[in-house]
Design a protein around this ligand. Structure first.
Ligand SMILES: [Zn+2]
Length: 228
């Protein structure tokens, strides 16, 4: 009897919880940190599914820098390597990869979906308002629609020469920077044009960062990889 009352109470509480509006954080941002809430949004719009890139992009290489301490923050920010994006982003990336594979190249992913709390952690370590994702705005990585990536040779798996290493916070990382060897410009332009053709826009400060352009509002997420 008593157990049943508790069970009913729990069911009512869960139902109420689902109906409660998300409470904005200290910056006024509404962030989904609950897996059930994310699943609700996916039920309403299946394009909001957060999917592993490797399921949609054959031959994709992963080099998730923030799952190691070999990054600009000298800190391991992810417990394990993971590369997830929203469904239409994965499909578009598949189309980019198909085109590049035909030319003997492949994409290599440095970062994809990034939980909001990691963006805040990054800003704490490196409070740079020019290059960093801002905690009071949230980043497109937090929405699952941004990618950091480069090109590799499909056979040798070696990276093509690009203007700078990943996350180099320098002027030469700007995607329009031209004081570079012809080969480097050619490689960067190949990446830019293949991504642009399938709906991605390069960041004005970082040749490796691309946002997926969409009319859908993809919510900011703060769900760790191990719960996804
Ligand atoms: Zn990025």
């Amino acid at each position: 009897m008593c157990k049943n009352v508790v069970r009913i109470f729990v069911i009512i509480l869960s139902a109420l919880n689902l109906g409660i509006a998300q409470i904005p954080n200290q910056y006024g941002l509404t962030i989904i940190s609950d897996l059930q809430k994310l699943k609700e949004t996916i039920r309403e719009d299946p394009n909001k599914a957060l999917v592993p890139i490797k399921d949609y992009v054959p031959n994709i290489a992963l080099d998730i820098k923030y799952a190691t301490a070999q990054n600009v923050f000298y800190t391991q920010l992810y417990k394990k390597p993971a590369a997830l994006v929203r469904l239409p982003v994965a499909k578009a990336l598949g189309a980019v990869q198909k085109e590049l594979n035909a030319q003997g190249f492949s994409l290599k992913i440095y970062d994809a979906y990034r939980p909001y709390s990691v963006t805040c952690q990054m800003f704490e370590i490196l409070p740079d308002t020019l290059y960093m994702g801002l905690p009071w705005q949230g980043s497109k990585h937090n929405r699952g629609i941004a990618l950091d990536l480069t090109l590799i040779n499909l056979k040798t798996k070696k990276e093509l020469k690009m203007p700078t290493p990943f996350d180099a916070l320098v002027y030469a990382a700007h995607p329009e920077f031209m004081k570079l060897p012809q080969e480097v410009i050619k490689n960067r332009e190949l990446l830019k044009s293949a991504m642009k053709k399938h709906g991605f826009k390069v960041d004005p400060m970082e040749w490796w960062h691309f946002n997926y352009v969409s009319n859908t509002t993809f919510e900011l997420l703060d769900i760790p990889f191990e719960r996804l």
